[in-house]
Write a protein that binds this ligand. Structure first.
Ligand code: ZN
Length: 117
């Protein structure tokens, strides 16, 4: 079980939503999990956000990246966005937006490593 991205299907759904709402609803970013822990944005994460903003068709000034990560016996859920770019070299900084932390109940603990499920 798990999530298996289907890029073509996602793009089609996004296009339909965009057209059906006359552009009022649009893609602003993506989300993923860090099951091995760590709430930081990796180089790949920052590269993905930068590529989203740099794509002219996205028409985005900023990109968002949702993240769910394990921290000890808790989960942390929050959003990141891009900060200043280190032009012309290097990746942009990632800026952490407000997060929430919770201890999962047995029904929420989907990462076996926690040993709660
Ligand atoms: Zn990541």
């Amino acid at each position: 079980m798990g999530i298996h991205p289907d890029g073509a299907w996602q793009q089609e759904q996004l296009a339909q939503i965009y057209l059906a709402t006359d552009g009022r609803l649009s893609f602003v970013g993506d989300w993923h999990v860090h099951p091995a822990g760590g709430f930081g944005m990796s180089r790949r994460d920052r590269r993905t956000m930068a590529a989203t903003v740099d794509e002219p068709d996205s028409r985005l000034a900023v990109a968002l990246m949702g993240l769910l990560a394990q921290e000890d016996e808790h989960y942390r859920l929050g959003m990141w966005t891009l900060g200043d770019r280190r032009w012309p070299f290097g990746l942009p900084n990632a800026v952490r937006l407000p997060t929430t932390i919770w201890t999962p109940t047995a029904g929420e603990a989907f990462w076996v490593r926690l040993g709660i499920a």
